[in-house]
Ligand binder design. Structure first.
Ligand code: SF4
Length: 367
């Protein structure tokens, strides 16, 4: 097995500390970091030999101790609707899933932040998988870079060969794959800073969304420190239902969650909190639920994504009927809250929202 350490996914500061071991003069070391950054995040280069503006002797030294490696694609499935699901195998043989969702006006990459998840949301297939561990920022960024490689997006990023359509680039990144990103905060933050670095991948903060089940103390911190968009998995309008659907509600209930969003999170101009609401037949889809939802969100700039439930073997839930979903949506729209009904994507390959899972063994479940 290779002993070199992977520099993909390291922060600029961490990279600088490593390079100072080879270039002790600070200005030259900083220049080297810029060169490496550009090769890795603008050109997708994984071999030091191709970094032609770096001195050959230094390249030889660097490749003795470092590597620039991505997770291996163990399996790739393409849905009838173009959605692509990747199963990645990490160095310790853990498995994670990542989904590319091309749409007309945007293309989204849904990435994982943990192997498995401890939160056990009862409608979510990932929740039935035990947590193995948090991902490192290298493994989080590795998913993005590996998909860029696989879809040959580096040329399109530089716009070689003419204008790219939204089907050919990644416009948005969402942390809605496996895991709760706010329970792996430091590594997720590091990864977001790399994604947003304007000398590399250059995603604007508005194009990155962290989706949380409601880790209340971390929402404000993430919003302030990372600055990206926040989506909250709400899924119910009463604590007794949410305790079952999203059990972290027993620790931070609806009142605490909404009070924190109202009072602690300072939304910027025209910013809204996105609420995810999975539509479950006879569980959370009544007219009363819709009215309660409107009342709960009163005065909070919000958008509600209604997600028709995506089924999986062993699930106790059924998707609400199209008429019920429409009636629910109509009540919300009357109160002038945007509430698009999300079109299920990649259902035929189990890549839709709440359907991701890979085999793993439980290590710890501390919050
Ligand atoms: S919905 Fe998110 S937080 Fe809940 S179990 Fe699934 S992956 Fe974990």
């Amino acid at each position: 097995m290779s002993q070199e350490s992977n520099i993909l996914g390291l922060s600029r500061d961490d990279l600088l500390s490593l390079i100072m071991g080879f270039e002790t003069e600070p200005k030259r070391a900083s220049m080297r970091v810029n060169q490496l950054w550009s090769w890795i995040y603008c050109h997708g280069i994984s071999s030091f030999d191709k970094m032609t503006n770096i001195d050959k002797n230094l390249r030889t030294e660097l490749k003795k101790v470092f590597k620039i490696s991505r997770p291996n694609i163990e399996k790739k499935e393409v849905s009838n609707d173009g959605t692509t699901k990747y199963l990645f195998c990490l160095e310790d043989q853990s498995k994670i899933e990542t989904v590319f969702i091309p749409e007309e006006k945007r293309s989204t990459l849904c990435i994982s932040s943990q192997v498995g998840c401890t939160l056990n949301c009862s409608f979510c297939y990932t929740g039935t998988q035990k947590l193995v561990r948090n991902l490192t920022s290298q493994e989080i960024i590795g998913q993005v870079i590996a998909v860029y490689d696989d879809l040959d997006l580096w040329k399109k990023m530089k716009n070689e060969g003419g204008q790219s359509s939204f089907f050919e680039i990644i416009t948005n990144i969402v942390f809605m794959g496996m895991g709760e990103p706010l329970l792996n905060y430091e590594e997720v933050k590091k990864a977001c800073n790399i994604l947003m670095d304007n000398r590399g991948l250059d995603f604007s903060r508005r194009r990155i969304t962290l989706s949380t089940a409601g880790i209340v103390p971390k929402i404000k911190t993430a919003h302030e420190e990372i600055g990206c968009m926040i989506a909250v998995s709400l899924h119910a309008t009463e604590n007794k239902t949410r305790d079952i659907l999203v059990p972290i509600n027993k620790k931070w209930n609806l009142e605490q969650l909404l009070s924190s969003l109202r009072n602690d999170v300072e939304l910027r101009n025209s910013e809204r909190v996105t609420f995810e609401y999975v539509m479950l037949d006879r569980v959370n889809d009544t007219t009363e639920d819709a009215h309660r939802l409107v009342k709960l969100l009163q005065g909070l700039p919000s958008k509600i994504n209604l997600i028709p439930f995506n089924s999986w073997t062993g699930s106790q839930y059924k998707r609400s009927s199209p008429d019920r979903i429409k009636a629910f949506r109509d009540i919300i729209i009357k109160s002038r809250l945007p509430s698009p009904i999300r079109r299920p994507r990649g259902e035929d390959i189990m890549a839709a929202c709440g359907q991701l899972k890979s085999s793993s063994i439980k290590e710890k479940a501390s919050i």
